[in-house]
Ligand binder design. Structure first.
Ligand code: NAD
Ligand code: UDP
Length: 314
């Protein structure tokens, strides 16, 4: 099986490439290295089933593959808001290019969509049938609306051209290989706590998120790709254990072995107040549920950041 992973040098993509190689696939990792890095896949270089292509998916590409895991898109608000027009081009033009490729070579394609399609949700927990509450003109919309269009494109190529599509909606995920400067809350808190700096909280810290460990999410993505009977999704994948950002800050300080304290900043615009997946569909259709608790996963992730900071000399 020859498999393309767009965004393969990113946080999730690099874990996915590793998993697919272990499963015996030939893997082509395609990335423009905007928020990913070669170091994430350095240990895979030399494997004769692994190939990296530096390419921007906003431009078309001709390849012969059987499966496409379509991940390419910056996922941290800091990264996707850096060049919002590019972010939406990546989701819209990039997805059209990857769907065009899937159509031409009859490959199955999986899109990593996001819980952000629910926006600041008025339904809690969020089920797949909820249509969401997204501000279409806010600073997060380049990402949220980009993914909503990408989902729409997936379903239209499916209905119009019979492309074999799969959509997963991933909720906040963390783990080793998140970059020190990733900008998302888990990395920011781990790094600050390890450096003995105050943990930055946007807003009052009572907003919630449900954090999934990377290996659980990779397992769900692979199960979804392998699912048969024409199941397209979308399906929520995430860990339904819900925490406030304040809870997370306390845990991060505990695991870093210090009490560096908290610093409050103004809330980010359009920051969702609550987020938690209903994963009944994933349980039923994929036979999947997360196995790693936040305490277990955070301990592993803290070790990763400890090593990264040592390497960076900080
Ligand atoms: P990431 O930023 O680490 O990885 C994204 C990768 O895509 C990077 O390697 C980046 O260089 C690459 N990329 C970006 N734009 C590109 C372009 N135009 N052409 C080619 N490559 C490009 O983020 P991640 O956390 O690994 O997220 C991977 C995917 O999962 C994204 O689609 C994201 O929307 C989705 N997702 C992630 C989470 C999460 O919590 N990690 C949650 C929901 C959805
Ligand atoms: N957040 C925070 N401090 C940080 C980074 C994020 O308090 O250093 C908050 C952010 O305002 C949001 C939550 O943590 O309420 C999750 O933010 P993140 O950027 O990780 O992902 P999001 O789910 O918002 O895309």
């Amino acid at each position: 099986m020859r498999t393309l992973v767009t965004g393969g040098a990113g946080f999730l993509g690099s874990h996915l490439c590793e998993r697919l190689l272990n499963d015996g696939h030939e893997v082509i990792c395609l990335d423009n290295f905007f928020s990913g890095k070669r170091a994430n896949v350095r240990h895979l270089i030399g494997n004769r089933n692994f190939e990296i292509i530096r390419h921007d998916i906003v431009e078309p590409i001709l390849l012969e593959v059987d499966r496409i895991f379509h991940l390419a898109c910056p996922a941290s608000p800091v990264h996707y808001q850096y060049n919002p027009v590019k972010t939406i081009k990546t989701s819209v033009m990039g997805s059209i290019n990857m769907l065009g490729l899937a159509k031409r070579v009859h490959a199955r394609i999986l899109l990593t969509s996001t819980s952000e399609v629910y926006g600041d949700p008025e339904q809690h927990p969020q089920t797949e049938s909820y249509w969401g509450h997204v501000n279409p003109i806010g600073v997060r919309s380049c990402y949220d609306e980009g993914k909503r269009v990408a989902e729409c494109l997936m379903m239209d190529y499916h209905r119009q051209n019979n492309v074999d599509v799969k959509i997963v909606r991933i909720f906040n995920t963390y783990g080793p290989r998140m970059a020190i400067n990733d900008g998302r809350v888990v990395s920011n808190f781990c790094v600050a706590a390890l450096k003995g700096e105050k943990l930055p909280i946007y807003g009052d810290g009572r907003q919630t998120r449900s954090f999934a460990f990377v290996s659980d999410i990779i397992d769900a993505i692979v199960r979804m790709m392998n699912s048969e009977n024409g199941f397209t999704g979308p399906v929520n994948i995430g860990n339904p254990d819900e925490f406030t950002i304040l809870d997370l800050a306390k845990l991060a300080m505990e695991f870093a072995g210090g009490a560096s304290g908290i610093e409050f900043h103004p809330a980010r615009p359009d920051d969702p107040i609550r987020r938690r997946p209903d994963i009944s569909l994933a349980r039923r259709v994929l036979g999947w549920e997360p196995r790693t608790s936040l305490r277990e996963g955070l301990a592993i992730t803290m070790d990763h950041f400890r090593r990264e900071l040592e390497l960076a000399g900080g």
